[in-house]
Design a protein around this ligand. Structure first.
Ligand code: PMP
Length: 327
């Protein structure tokens, strides 16, 4: 018998998918870890579970307690699902600029949603700061703190990394992924380097994020902006400390758009914007390294979460991101 015990045991052990058209074209094996198949729909289910388990084990979260986080995206969705499955309250603080779809989904999942003005991190009313304060003021509550809580990267060090190593039987030359909190990139990189220090660990960076400049010049600088969601950052988070960044590739929104449509039409995979950045970077890396290499990346979440924007021709045209060749 092979039965998963509820939501929590359904997280992880995702398939590694060979992207056939891209692999055949480049002569490399381009493999995507299917994190969109997690039960909450994204790679963040692993981090959410790890953060909650760690707090339980430390005695910080007891039955009937509350999980608080400042997030607009997949982490909030993962936390809300696990809170339902484990009987916790979930309180999500979110900037009021975020899409109504996300707010509605979080509420549907039973999370209490507190809207705050979208102000910079240095402002005490910033959503991350508000979530930290609220957690501190409540009894039997934790602040998930995904950016600096190392239980995040630990999830990937103990599960995602080993799964990739086993699924490729150690035949992997490079690993490439974008960074939001850095949990995925860090945990997988640290594990793979321990198995084989030759594995090339490369950041896929959208415009407006500072890691490309950091790797190339040592300075955390960014320029431009991106339509991608959940990735890009401007600081070395706790999760990224002491993590090897062997190289970085900067990927434009146009390349991302072309890639998500390629995945949809040629590979049969309907996936989100961060996946577009990851796979576009994997293809660039394949071209740099030459045929015969195995490159692994993450297929972070599904396309349905981006239907009104990334998969909306009018919206893309307004942004100047509708590729000529699609006409
Ligand atoms: N893709 C998506 C869609 C995400 O929501 C996130 C998390 N913010 C990431 C990628 C990046 O993952 P991590 O936080 O582990 O760097």
């Amino acid at each position: 018998m092979d039965i998963r015990n509820g939501f929590v045991e359904t997280i992880g052990q995702t398939p590694l998918i060979r992207l056939n058209a891209l692999s055949d074209e480049t002569g490399c094996e381009i493999l995507g870890k299917a994190e969109f198949l997690n039960p909450g729909g994204s790679v963040k289910d692993r981090a959410a579970l790890s953060i909650i388990r760690d707090a339980e084990q430390r005695g910080l979260l007891r039955p009937g307690g509350t999980v608080v986080e400042g997030t607009a995206g997949n982490t909030g969705i993962g936390l809300a699902h696990i809170c339902n499955a484990r009987g916790y309250r979930c309180l999500i603080v979110i900037p009021d600029t975020q899409s109504q779809e996300k707010i509605d989904l979080l509420r549907l999942l039973g999370a209490e949603v507190k809207l705050v003005p979208a102000v910079p991190y240095r402002d005490p009313n910033n959503y991350i700061k508000v979530s930290a304060r609220l957690a501190q003021e409540m009894d039997n509550a934790i602040w998930a703190n995904q950016f600096d809580n190392l239980a995040n990267r630990q999830a990937h060090y103990t599960t995602t990394g080993p799964e990739i190593w086993q699924q490729t039987a150690g035949k992997i030359n490079a690993w490439v992924a974008a960074i939001g909190t850095g949990g995925t990139f860090a945990g997988v990189s640290l594990y793979l380097k321990e198995q084989n220090p030759q594995i090339y660990c490369v950041v896929a960076d959208p415009l407006g994020s500072a890691y490309f400049s950091y790797v190339k010049t040592g300075e955390l600088k960014s320029a431009g902006s991106s339509i991608t969601e959940g990735i890009g950052n401007s600081r070395i988070t706790g999760n990224l400390e002491q993590v090897p960044l062997d190289d970085a590739l900067q990927i434009t929104d146009l390349a991302c758009v072309k890639m998500v449509y390629h995945l949809l039409k040629k590979e049969g995979l309907f996936l989100g914007s961060s996946t577009g950045i990851n796979v576009a970077a994997a293809v660039q890396l394949a071209q740099q390294l030459g045929a015969g290499h195995t490159i692994v990346t993450i297929l972070c979440d599904g396309g349905a979460r981006y239907q009104s924007r990334l998969f909306n021709q009018t919206w893309l045209q307004q942004k100047g991101l509708w590729p000529e060749e699609f006409n």
